[in-house]
Ligand binder design. Structure first.
Ligand SMILES: [Zn+2]
Ligand SMILES: [Zn+2]
Length: 342
C-alpha cells in the first residue's frame, strides 16, 4: 500500500492531467478519497491522535480545482468548511505541496462575502499562531503559501483567497524532491501536536462568533457595515436585553425614560392608541466590551427606549450611539411624529 507521501507525490504529478478526464470512477480521485486518509491511519496508531480524523477530497461529483487532505479534530469541526485544522494543500502549478494550519471559510463567506472573509481569517491567523508558540522552533513558517482557492480561479492574490489568507503556519515540500517519509511523519506529528495545543487554548471561540453572526443574519440584525466584531457586539447586546426583557429593571427604564422612542420620536400610543402604549423596548447602551464578563450591575441609565423598528435598525447598524441613530432617521419621519402628537 502506498504511504501518505507517495500519494501526495502521485497526486502532484498526475492531478492536472487526470482533471481533464471523467471524474466518476477516476483512479486518482479514488486514491485521494479513500487511500489517502487510510495512509494516515497506517502512519499513526489510533491511540496517538484519537480525536483527529483525516478527510481527503478531489471534488464532489466533479473535479475541484485542487485536492486536499484535512485533519479534523472532533471537538472543533467535522467538515473542512468550518473551524481550523491542519491540511495538506497543493500550491499553484502542482510543483509543491504544503502542510499548513488553515481555517474553513464557508459560513463566513456566506455572511460577509469574499473580501471581508479574507480579512477576518487573516486576523485570526495570529491568534492560532500565538496559541502554539513552538511552531517556528519546530520548523514551520508563517508563509505566504500560494494554495489553490476553492472558488475563484482567476485571482492569484492571497488577499482574495480565503484558504491562503487563513493559514497560521506551515511547511512547503517539493513534488520533485520530496522529503523522506520519516521527516514528513515527524512534521505531521509536530503539526498535530501543535493543533491539539491550539484546540486546548482557542477551542470553539471562532465557531461561537460565527454562530452569533448567523443568528443575527437570520433575524435581519446583522450589522451592515461592521465585520465579525460588530456582529459579536450586537449579539452580546441582545443577550443582555433578552435576560432583562421582563425584569423590574426594564420596567424602571420605561418609567424613567417614558414611552417615546428616542430614535424617531414616535409615541406608540399616539400611533396605535392604548394597545401600543407599553410597546416600547429597552435597548442596552453601554459598550459591553468595556465591562467585565460577570456581575455587571446595570441601571436604567445603561438603556435607551426605542420603538421596535428603531431598535431593529440600531442593531443592524452595529449598536452605534443614539445620536448616530437620530441622524439616520429621515427628518421627515421625525416631523411626521411630532405633528401626530400635537
Ligand atoms: Zn423609533
Ligand atoms: Zn438593543
Amino acid at each position: 500500500m502506498p504511504d501518505i507521501l507517495d500519494i501526495a507525490v502521485t497526486v502532484g504529478q498526475n492531478f492536472s492531467q487526470e482533471r481533464q478526464r471523467q471524474f466518476a470512477q477516476n483512479w486518482l480521485a479514488a486514491l485521494i478519497r479513500n487511500e489517502w486518509p487510510n495512509s494516515f491511519s497506517a502512519l499513526f496508531p489510533a491511540v496517538k491522535f484519537p480525536l483527529i480524523k483525516a478527510k481527503a477530497s478531489a471534488g464532489q461529483g466533479q473535479w475541484s480545482e485542487a485536492p486536499f487532505m484535512a485533519f479534523l479534530h472532533g471537538e472543533i469541526t467535522s467538515t473542512p468548511q468550518a473551524g481550523y485544522y491542519p491540511v495538506i494543500l497543493f500550491e499553484r502549478g502542482f510543483q509543491s505541496f504544503c502542510l499548513v494550519l488553515a481555517q474553513g471559510s464557508h459560513s463566513l463567506t456566506e455572511l460577509f462575502g469574499m473580501r471581508k472573509t479574507c480579512a477576518i481569517l487573516k486576523n485570526r491567523a495570529p491568534i492560532l499562531r500565538n496559541a502554539a508558540p513552538a511552531w517556528r522552533q519546530l520548523g514551520f513558517s508563517a508563509g505566504p503559501f500560494h494554495t489553490y482557492s476553492r472558488g475563484n480561479t482567476s485571482s492569484t492574490e492571497v488577499a482574495d483567497d480565503p484558504w491562503a489568507a487563513s493559514i497560521a503556519f506551515g511547511k512547503r515540500y517539493m513534488v520533485k524532491t520530496p522529503p523522506s517519509l520519516q521527516e514528513f511523519r515527524s512534521d505531521l506529528n509536530s503539526m498535530l501536536e501543535l493543533y491539539e495545543e491550539v484546540v486546548r487554548r482557542v477551542g470553539r471561540l471562532f465557531l461561537q462568533e460565527e454562530q452569533a453572526a448567523e443568528q443575527l443574519a437570520a433575524s435581519g440584525e446583522l450589522p451592515r457595515t461592521a465585520g465579525l466584531d460588530g456582529a459579536l457586539k450586537v449579539a452580546h447586546h441582545k443577550t443582555v436585553e433578552w435576560k432583562h426583557r421582563n425584569s423590574r429593571l426594564v420596567k424602571q427604564v420605561k418609567i424613567e425614560l417614558g414611552c417615546t422612542c428616542q430614535g424617531c420620536g414616535v409615541t406608540l400610543s399616539s400611533a396605535y392608541g392604548r394597545i401600543g402604549a407599553d410597546f416600547i423596548e429597552a435597548h442596552h447602551l453601554t459598550p459591553l466590551a468595556q465591562a467585565p464578563d460577570q456581575g455587571v450591575e446595570l441601571t436604567a441609565k445603561d438603556f435607551a427606549v426605542l420603538c421596535p423598528t428603531c431598535h431593529r435598525i440600531i442593531h443592524r447598524l452595529g449598536c452605534p450611539t443614539l445620536d448616530f441613530l437620530r441622524e439616520t432617521v429621515n427628518p421627515k419621519v421625525r416631523a411626521f411624529y411630532e405633528d401626530l402628537m400635537t
